[in-house]
Design a protein around this ligand. Structure first.
Ligand SMILES: NC(=O)c1ccc[n+]([C@@H]2O[C@H](COP(=O)([O-])OP(=O)(O)OC[C@H]3O[C@@H](n4cnc5c(N)ncnc54)[C@H](OP(=O)(O)O)[C@@H]3O)[C@@H](O)[C@H]2O)c1
Length: 273
């Protein structure tokens, strides 16, 4: 059932994971436990979400071995720079009660501070030490990616960006393919706004699946890593039940026409004080 993609550092990542942004600590414990017991093997958190402790607790409560679960966390905007990355990351590990994470991301590039290259160098050290098994970025533009690679020679394994049927990110996807960086989709359901779409509903009815399952399948069929968030156990389970069907060429073509370059989140060029 589990599909994994290969990262450019030779490791692999489960293509479908659970996101926990805006989930309270209490909901996060339950959601992570339920997800892992249902078969998820990938959890996406961040220090800014305020639920890393809960992710760790859910993981332990699930009874699933830590080694079988891919855990991602992120360096927040106030922890960029040589001196700040390591202590911020150590606190994440302490909250998670883990010895390492599978993936550590720079959450936002914060171009105004221009510290993301320095931050990246500190993360390369953390990877050498095995504390972050893989390292990547989030919300980076093509120019930001280019700079990381030019100035350090180390490409991120992944760039986690806002991506859903209403924001299909064709240019970023081309950049990623050229650089060997995987595309990871955040707000993959457009925070559930993509689910009430007539075309998605038509495709869902045709396959006997739900709108959410169609949108998640669209991400998988595009080779994105996808991390739908839910704290509702029945949705957590149904969002994983997407490995028994595939979208055909006409479904993919029809969803491609839904793009309207509509961002729900901030613009990476300007976000972060
Ligand atoms: N790197 C970044 O800057 C960044 C930014 C935003 C998000 N993220 C990551 O991406 C993850 C996902 O993004 P997101 O949380 O913004 O939005 P999302 O996954 O697109 O949508 C989540 C919303 O959809 C609902 N939902 C989930 N499954 C559903 C289903 N089967 N049917 C109907 N509704 C459903 C959820 O409700 P319930 O929970 O109430 O069930 C929640 O309201 C986040 O949790 C986070 O891990 C990263």
């Amino acid at each position: 059932m589990h599909h994994e993609l290969i990262l450019n550092d030779g490791r692999s990542i489960p293509q479908l994971g659970l996101g926990v942004w805006q989930a309270s600590p209490q909901d996060t414990v339950t959601a992570v436990r339920e997800a892992l017991q249902a078969g998820y093997r990938h959890i996406d958190t961040a220090s800014i979400y305020g639920n890393e402790e809960a992710v760790g607790a859910g993981l332990r409560e699930s009874g699933v071995s830590r080694e079988l679960v891919f855990v991602t966390t992120k360096i927040w905007n106030d922890a960029h720079g040589k001196e700040n990355v390591r202590p911020a990351f150590q606190k994440s590990l302490e909250r998670l009660k883990l010895d390492n994470v599978d993936l550590l991301l720079i959450h936002w590039p914060v171009p105004r501070h221009d510290l993301f290259v320095e931050t990246w160098k500190a993360m390369i050290e953390l990877r050498r030490e095995g504390l972050a098994r893989s390292i990547g970025v989030s919300n980076f533009t093509s120019a930001h990616l280019r700079r990381l690679i030019d100035e350090t020679g180390v490409a991120p394994v992944i760039n986690q960006i806002e991506l859903h049927p209403y924001l299909q990110q064709r240019e970023m996807r081309e950049t990623h393919n050229r650089l060997g960086v995987l595309t990871q989709a955040w707000s993959p359901l457009a925070q559930n706004r993509a689910l009430a779409n007539a075309e998605i509903e038509r495709i869902a009815a045709k396959h006997g699946k739900t709108a959410a399952q169609v949108v998640i399948r669209w991400h998988l069929d595009n080779r994105f890593v996808v991390i739908p968030k839910s704290v509702t156990p029945s949705r957590i389970r149904s969002n994983l039940d997407v490995f028994d069907f595939a979208l055909d060429a006409s479904d993919m073509a029809s969803i491609a026409t839904l793009n309207r370059d509509e961002r729900l989140g901030p613009n990476p060029e300007t976000f972060g004080a």
